[in-house]
Design a binder for this molecule. Structure first.
Ligand code: GLU
Length: 431
């Protein structure tokens, strides 16, 4: 069982999308189930509607799954597990106030030591626990031995008990912390392989501790994907526009190309341009590089162009708001100048817009007037010859206004290649 566990707290980050793609690929390759778990336990951070947006993005990218779960529905199990850990003396109530903890954290900072819980409430007796009205958190006891696990990319990982510490599993408001909800949900849902970003690597020993303390013995495989760096070499954040899957789609990067790019990033692949279906044939997590991957928009632009060339003509036409097969072919011609469907749409919309020119208006008017009375020409050469002879215009004074007449632009792909694709729309175009 594989899972993708996004929090509905913002737009889908490309790092998360990459996690979803790899989970989908591995689940499909191994013929295993793949579930989506919306991690909505942290009510304060949830943003209304983001769960739906995430599911919509998965649909756009063709990432299919077996089921969707909402973590908040498991709250009763989280409470039961916390209570069972307390019964087994593997967890304890902690009455330390936030101010007191803050004070300890500050002290550690000043001493340049990592903060560790003091253990103050470890020995609170049952009587003390019952005989007061103070609110409390629940902490799990730190492990006595090291916690080890194997990561597909990073190899053997080893964390000592002090590093893991006695951390909070239930907050004062009696909602589970991320680590507790996540660890127990993975257990309940029978997850066998966790693929997620490496920012979670320090959570993994904590989640292992939780499950081991509950007596869960099944081994879970882990793959933590290296982070994606932005152009200045920093971890890509929400502030980088390109980090949002929705932003990339809005800019005219096609889902096929984004999947291709994110799968190629820091990976060894047999070809540079491929579809998700092809990746299912050869993808291997262990081929992903250990080092962070560098996001490169120019590479994505190149891959997008290649996918624009590969896609079915009618489909491409639809994606830029048209229907005809020839508009799809025309769109492909414009990959000489453009790299996204939005840029191409702009060019094609200009072809169909009224024609004017700063530099050639007079000659353009002459050609427009001749066109109005011209017969239909199957061949571009005949069309060109007719307009040239009737207007008497020569070289640049003919070719520039002719191009503007047909495309609204002063430069672009070869007119002889464009003409056969637009000749049936000339009445709409020349205006
Ligand atoms: N909900 C976590 C996040 O969005 C992911 C948890 C996980 O994959 O374990 O970062």
């Amino acid at each position: 069982m594989y899972r993708f566990a996004p929090s509905p707290t913002g737009d889908m980050h490309i790092g998360n999308l990459r996690v979803a793609i790899f989970n989908y690929i591995c689940a499909t390759q191994n013929n295993e189930k793949f579930i989506i778990r919306i991690e909505d336990s942290d009510k304060k951070r949830n943003i209304e509607g983001k769960d739906r947006d995430i599911l919509d993005i998965l649909a756009i990218f063709g990432i299919a799954y077996d089921d969707v779960y909402y973590q908040s529905k498991n709250l009763k199990y989280h409470l039961q597990f916390a209570s069972s850990l307390m019964d087994k003396k593997k967890a304890f109530a902690c009455f330390c106030t936030e101010e007191a903890l803050e004070h300890e954290r500050d002290r550690s900072k000043k001493q340049k030591k990592a903060y560790r819980y003091s253990g103050k409430c470890l020995h609170v007796s049952k009587e003390e626990l019952l005989d007061n009205n103070l609110s409390f958190t629940i902490r799990i006891k730190k492990p006595q031995t090291n916690i080890t696990f194997k990561d597909t990319i990073k190899g053997d990982m080893n964390f000592n008990g002090d590093e893991i510490d006695s951390f909070i599993i239930m907050r004062k408001d009696k909602y589970p912390t991320y680590n507790f909800a996540c660890a127990t949900d993975d257990m309940i849902q029978g997850v066998t392989h966790i693929i997620r970003g490496e920012d979670h690597i320090s959570n993994t020993p904590k989640q292992e501790l939780i499950r081991r303390s509950l007596g869960y013995e099944k081994k879970i495989k882990y793959t933590h994907l290296p982070i994606i760096l932005n152009t200045i070499g920093k971890k890509m954040s929400k502030r980088d526009d390109v980090s949002s899957a929705k932003w990339l789609l809005d800019q005219g990067y096609m889902p096929e190309a984004i999947i291709n790019y994110l799968t190629l990033l820091g990976n060894k692949t047999p070809t540079e341009i491929f579809s998700l279906k092809e990746a299912l044939e050869w993808f291997k997590l262990k081929n992903i590089s250990k080092s962070p991957a560098q996001f490169d928009i120019d590479k994505l632009r190149f891959i997008n162009r290649e996918h624009i060339k590969l896609i079915d003509d009618i489909e491409l036409s639809k994606r830029i708001g048209f229907t005809g097969v020839n508009i799809g072919k025309l769109a492909k011609l414009y990959t000489q100048q453009c790299s996204t469907t939005a840029e191409i749409k702009d060019k094609i919309d200009t072809i169909f817009a009224p024609k004017n020119s700063d530099n050639y208006q007079e000659n353009l008017n002459v050609l427009k007037a001749i066109f109005k009375k011209a017969p239909y020409f199957e061949e571009f050469d005949e069309f060109k010859k007719y307009l040239s002879e009737k207007s008497g215009l020569k070289s640049k004074n003919f070719f520039k206004p002719l191009r503007i007449l047909l495309t609204g632009q002063e430069s672009g792909p070869n007119l002889a290649e464009i003409y056969p694709l637009i000749k049936d729309y000339l009445k709409d175009i020349v205006k």
